[in-house]
Design a protein around this ligand. Structure first.
Ligand code: AMP
Ligand code: MG
Length: 483
């Protein structure tokens, strides 16, 4: 069955059996397609023109499996809130790697397809709301130019899943450049079989970083690349106010893509301690802790690679430690440059850091919206806000304007730079909730509208004011894990 142009390879399946369980999705009763990402499909060379909705629903529910796929649940481990656990795909199944016409491999994974060997006490299923939420936010991240897994389809299963109450079941098709996680390395390292670890290392380099294939210290090169990639990623999250919410090592990819949109959300009012996840009581994964946690996770990755750095273990650990400790300096530099871009500052100036910190402190103290402050500076504020008439802000703004014009710069050039770094619209929590509630009742208009708006987050589109503000209600927004 291959009417849509799937072109599967199964390189991960072909690795050692220790890496996965061979398993098919559990069929569902009455699948109905809810969302289909035609733009993404096009870029994957998939063709939906010869197929009807019924057949699409059968395909994207896993009821009818494409020829050429060898479906598996991948094994991995992870530090969850700091505690090491053996995990694996408890509710997801990897069909294989779809190879596009440009010869690029994409993991095609179904999420919510039933129990696997790694399900522990879970039912292997997913509910409609959280799958649609992942679809919206992952696609928004992509449009924000932030590396991420993507969403190709959501199908309702026609079955109920039991959570706090019974909810409509759903399956999401997730597309990723791979699903290899820091936790995948941890799983294999914990088995203490160096040949398996070498297999995973070689596979990862082959698939993601072929440029270092001939280097004489591949493992160290890989660690350095990952530090770079994850540093870039977290700086991007900080740029748009994204809070991942569950940065466990099993939710960090070696490709550098954002993965696992469970309890994530975007910050409205600027507060570095912002946490949305109901179970993150200590704020381990709060906005301001994301860089430090990234470094912590990278250190867990480095531990797995120690045997490859150097034969002498002591020396190898020293190399790992020194390499990991380059993170802070890299982060600081990248963060400063990102903030300079957000503020339209060209070149460097000694006072840049205090200029940036003064603005953030002001936003924090006066409880100002993060995204809309930069919109105000770009003269694209969705609505005038009295907060910007504040004296302290006016004094800051004057200093900023003076700094802008340094290095032969013009205001126009600065605004252009700012426009490609500051979104005018982000996925606001209450608008997502509205869209999900309507979709629950079969009304797909709001979800299609929000998806359309979020496709161009840097464009000042027509009537979108409603999407540019947080909810007026003071109720604290909460997100949940394991939905
Ligand atoms: P997450 O918090 O989504 O990163 O998931 C952590 C682990 O729990 C992964 O191994 C998931 O596969 C597993 N998991 C989450 N929800 C379920 C479920 N409903 N059934 C089985 N396993 C689950
Ligand atoms: Mg996960």
């Amino acid at each position: 069955m291959n009417k849509i142009n799937w072109n599967f390879d199964n390189t991960y399946f072909n690795l050692s059996k220790s890496f996965r369980e061979s398993i098919n999705p559990t069929p569902v009763k009455d699948p109905k397609i809810v969302l289909l990402n035609n733009n993404l499909a096009k870029s994957l060379n998939l063709d939906f023109s010869k197929i009807n909705d019924n057949e699409l629903s059968e395909i994207f529910s896993g009821n009818s499996l494409p020829t050429g796929s060898n479906s598996i649940a991948q094994a991995y481990a992870g530090h969850q809130f700091g505690h090491f656990t053996m995990l694996g795909d408890g509710r997801a199944i990897l069909l294989g790697e779809h190879v596009s016409s440009s010869n690029k491999k994409y993991d095609i994974q179904f999420k919510g397809t039933g129990k696997t060997a790694f399900s522990r006490n879970g039912d292997g299923r997913a509910a409609l709301g959280p799958m649609l939420r992942e679809y919206i936010i992952s696609e928004a991240m992509h449009a924000l130019n932030i590396p991420t897994t993507r969403s190709l389809a959501v199908v309702k299963t026609g079955e109920l899943v039991q959570r706090e109450k019974a909810l409509q079941g759903a399956i999401l098709t997730r597309v990723a450049s791979s699903h290899i996680r820091v936790g995948t390395f941890q799983y294999i390292a914990a088995r203490q079989k160096e040949d398996e670890l070498k297999t995973l290392l070689d596979y990862t380099i082959d698939r993601h970083y072929p440029d270092i294939k001939n280097s004489n210290n591949q493992a160290l090169d890989l660690l350095n690349i990952l530090i770079e990639r994850q540093c870039d990623l977290v700086v991007n999250w900080m740029r748009v106010g994204f809070i991942h919410g569950v940065m466990n090592t099993d939710n960090m990819t070696v490709s550098g893509e954002t993965i696992d949109y469970g309890p994530c959300a975007f910050m409205d009012t600027y507060d570095p301690k912002t946490v949305f996840s109901s179970i993150d009581q200590t704020g381990r994964y709060a906005y301001c802790n994301q860089p430090a946690i990234t470094k912590w996770n990278l250190a867990r990755f480095a531990e797995c690679l120690v045997p490859f750095f150097e034969k002498d273990q002591k020396k190898a650990i020293k190399i790992a430690t020194e390499t990991i400790n380059t993170f802070e300096k890299k982060y600081e530099e990248k963060w400063m440059n990102m903030m300079r871009d957000k503020l339209g500052l060209f070149g460097l100036d000694d006072k840049d850091k205090s200029l940036i910190l003064d603005l953030l402190t002001w936003m924090h103290e006066k409880k100002v919206d993060y995204t809309n402050t930069f919109c105000h500076l770009m003269k694209l504020a969705p609505k005038e806000n009295k907060l910007f008439e504040d004296n302290e802000f006016k004094i800051w703004k004057k200093k900023w304007e003076e700094r802008l014009l340094k290095n032969n710069n013009t205001l126009n050039k600065s605004i252009e730079l700012m426009k490609s770094n500051n979104p005018v619209v982000i996925p606001r929590n209450h608008k997502i909730e509205e869209a999900l509630e309507a979709a629950e009742q079969n009304d797909l208009e709001p979800i299609n509208k929000i998806l359309e708006i979020l496709e161009n987050p840097y464009d000042n589109q027509g009537e979108i004011t409603d999407y540019q503000f947080p909810s007026k209600s003071n109720e604290k927004y909460q997100t949940f894990c394991g939905t």
